[in-house]
Design a protein around this ligand. Structure first.
Ligand code: HXC
Length: 257
């Protein structure tokens, strides 16, 4: 049986590939559970400092699997805690996750990419929230994360008309961090992930947690949180090593402590 999610470890980077090419990587329970299991494994592995989630050249993911959910009723969706039960493992991991998106990232696929800490887009990437065409609405964060990323005007436009945004527009609007030629997408994303993973793991996690606070709090609360975490960073052996290495003009050796 083909595995719907493939994982690889490259140095300190954990790579997760969604592998349902016959269905444009549509996301069903099996796929989302397997992504969650991969995140669990990479989270538990002290050697891993960053994760990358990708699809194939045609699709990151064209949404939640429509056949899988078409006959759900309210009680089933509610009792099984559809979405919250397993999709949000990507959100809860303390290590950074980069979405490397080529081709379609639609519906739940766009929402999954937005759950990641940043999106690197191939020049072929197309983002959209076309659920309205199916008589439903975004339900994995699209109505909340898209306005925060691109502003209310473009988010309303995308969710209400179902139009897609190409990579250039997505970068201009702030949805994606970088645009990369499609044939170099994975290589360049893995390079950036390796750069991140080469730093001190506790510092990586502190920065991720603190940047995320910007979304959850007022500016003053966020600044206070930053200051407390920043002060605590002086307790790290890696801070002593990093600054000593700079002064001594050598490369630091971080021990994740
Ligand atoms: C199930 C899907 C699928 C999906 C594509 N496929 N998207 N199957 N769920 N979301 C399947 C097609 O049925 C087809 O299978 C095969 O993948 C190839 O797709 P085609 O349509 O033949 O390819 P193409 O003409 O290139 O069009 C690509 C596409 C189109 C533009 C991405 O497939 C499309 O519009 N897909 C649906 C996108 C969508 O509506 N996403 C939102 C889903 S709702 P066969 O067997 O025929 O070859 C959602 C809810 C989120 O995500 C809320 C909570 C998660």
């Amino acid at each position: 049986m083909t595995q719907v999610v493939l994982t690889e470890i490259h140095g300190k980077v954990g790579l997760i590939r969604i592998n349902r090419p016959e269905a444009m990587n549509a996301l069903n329970n099996e796929v989302v559970d397997a992504i969650g299991a991969a995140v669990d494994a990479f989270e538990a592995d002290e050697n891993i400092g960053c994760m990358v989630i990708t699809g194939n050249e045609k699709a990151f993911a064209a949404g939640a699997d429509i056949g899988f959910m078409k006959d759900f009723d309210y009680m089933h969706a509610y009792k099984t805690d559809f979405i919250t039960r397993n999709w949000e493992r990507i959100k809860t991991t303390r290590k950074p996750v980069i979405a490397a998106v080529a081709g379609f990232a639609l519906g739940g696929g766009c929402e999954m990419a937005m759950m990641c800490d940043m999106i690197f887009a191939a020049d072929t990437a197309k983002f959209g929230q076309p659920e309205i065409r199916l008589g439903t609405m975004p339900g994995a964060g699209g109505t909340q994360r898209l306005p925060r990323a691109v502003g209310k005007a473009k988010a309303m436009d995308m969710c209400l008309t179902a139009r897609m945004m190409d990579a250039a527009e997505a970068e201009k609007a702030g949805l994606v961090a970088r645009i990369i030629p499609a044939d170099q997408l994975l290589e360049e994303t893995m390079k950036a992930a390796a750069t991140i993973a080469g730093y001190s793991l506790p510092v990586i996690m502190m920065i991720k947690e603190t940047v995320n606070r910007a979304y959850e709090s007022s500016l003053n609360e966020g600044l206070l949180f930053e200051r407390r975490v920043f002060h605590s960073a002086f307790a790290l052996e890696d801070q002593k090593e990093g600054m000593a290495a700079f002064v001594e003009k050598r490369k630091p050796v971080f021990k994740n402590r």
